[in-house]
Ligand binder design. Structure first.
Ligand code: PEP
Ligand code: MN
Length: 366
């Protein structure tokens, strides 16, 4: 099957010439399922591909890597800086890969443009800052550059769409959204919770912007990535981004989540790319998610209400008061009636529901 998706892979960070080269070679060889060893130093691997005529079912759209790393802790590896451009130039020549690098300032953009970088991505920590996004956008006005915009750290769809809009406004034709998950309060198995309703709402809102899924940062580990990738494909995402490293256990950043080239290709082979959902599925997904959150609240509140009923029962028992107090129940009914929909069917439902509620709370009290 031919995979007509946007595929981006490469290490979290450029660390050394050897690491970049080995990673690129690993990806290249597994794409073309063949060992390409240049016969002499002048022979380019990308030419060898042409002469042997091996055709793969997919293509690497961009080789990614961070040169400047936005790390939380200043003691962590901050990236190798501009020296990586020299290495990336060789990767581009040897393998024919287009290169994609993270930028977080106008200065970074300037260096990328001077070094013929094909695509830049805006990281999650930059998307949160509209001032910064605007200055970066102004610095690439009308350029034939692909710009990828990661979602902001926090689950705020408007910051994300706003950042994308800023690049569209300055005439960037190829803007791609990257879903990389969100920092959320509630506990979850992911490094960054996917909150699928947000990228799906984004697809509906900006339907002309392709969206790809960064499976590495959502998962934060290797085993979860396959399911995340399949889920993204099921929701009709246009592609995948993954961190791939020739020796993940030695990586200077994001060690747990980087895949070996062979693991990456195995993952791609295991995915069903044919499933597609339409706009109705997406709209339904968003509403179902809303209803799920409402049901969670209702179910918790109902349990809480019964616990309060128990407290009331204790007080009434101690003071020999009757369980049934019609005046009090009328007050409860009034609260529900005040918030009721103007609809006969709903009023009937409310009547039935309140009857049940009252009956079971009396039963508890007795
Ligand atoms: C990255 O892709 O290596 C990165 C730093 O990502 P994010 O901005 O999603 O944290
Ligand atoms: Mn990373």
């Amino acid at each position: 099957m031919n995979i007509s998706k946007i595929i981006i892979a490469g290490p979290c960070a450029a660390e050394s010439k050897e690491q970049l080269f080995e990673t690129a070679k690993g990806i290249f060889n597994t794409v073309y399922q063949n060992e390409y060893e240049p016969q002499n130093p002048n022979q380019k691997i990308s030419d060898l591909k042409k002469t042997t005529g091996v055709v793969s079912s997919w293509n690497l759209d961009f080789f990614r890597c961070g040169i400047w790393k936005p790390r939380t802790n200043p003691k962590d590896f901050q990236g190798v800086g501009n020296i990586a451009f020299k290495w990336l130039k060789e990767i581009k020549e040897q393998f024919g890969f287009k290169i994609c690098v993270e930028v977080a300032s106008v200065e970074h953009v300037k260096f990328c443009l001077e070094n013929n970088i094909d695509a830049i991505w805006i990281g999650a920590r930059t998307t949160v800052n509209p001032f910064l996004v605007q200055t970066i956008a102004d610095s690439v006005q009308n350029l034939p550059l692909t710009v990828l915009v990661k979602n902001p750290i926090n689950p705020d769809i408007n910051l994300w769409t706003g950042a994308i809009q800023r690049f569209k406004n300055v005439g960037i034709r190829n803007v791609i959204a990257i879903h990389r998950g969100f920092s959320v309060e509630h506990e979850n198995v992911y490094r960054y919770a996917p909150c699928w309703e947000i990228p799906i709402a984004m697809k509906l809102k900006l339907s002309n912007i392709p969206i790809i899924c960064d499976i590495s940062h959502i998962a934060g580990n290797v085993p979860l990535q396959q399911t995340i990738a399949q889920t993204a494909m099921n929701y009709g995402f246009e592609g995948l981004m993954a961190e791939v490293h020739n020796a993940p256990e030695t990586a200077l950043s994001d060690r747990q989540q980087q895949l070996l080239p062979s693991q990456f290709v195995h993952l791609l082979q295991s995915i069903n790319f044919a499933v597609q959902k339409n706009d109705a599925d997406h709209a339904l997904f968003i509403q179902r998610n809303l209803i799920k959150n409402i049901d969670i609240q209702i179910s918790k509140l109902l349990s809480k209400r019964m616990e309060v009923v128990d407290e009331i029962a204790t007080i009434k028992n101690k003071n020999a008061l009757p369980a049934l107090q019609p005046e009090q129940w009328k007050k409860v009914v009034t609260i529900y009636e005040k918030n009721a929909l103007e609809d006969e069917n709903y009023k009937q439902f409310l009547e039935d529901f309140l009857l049940l509620l009252h009956k079971s709370s009396l039963k508890r009290q007795r």
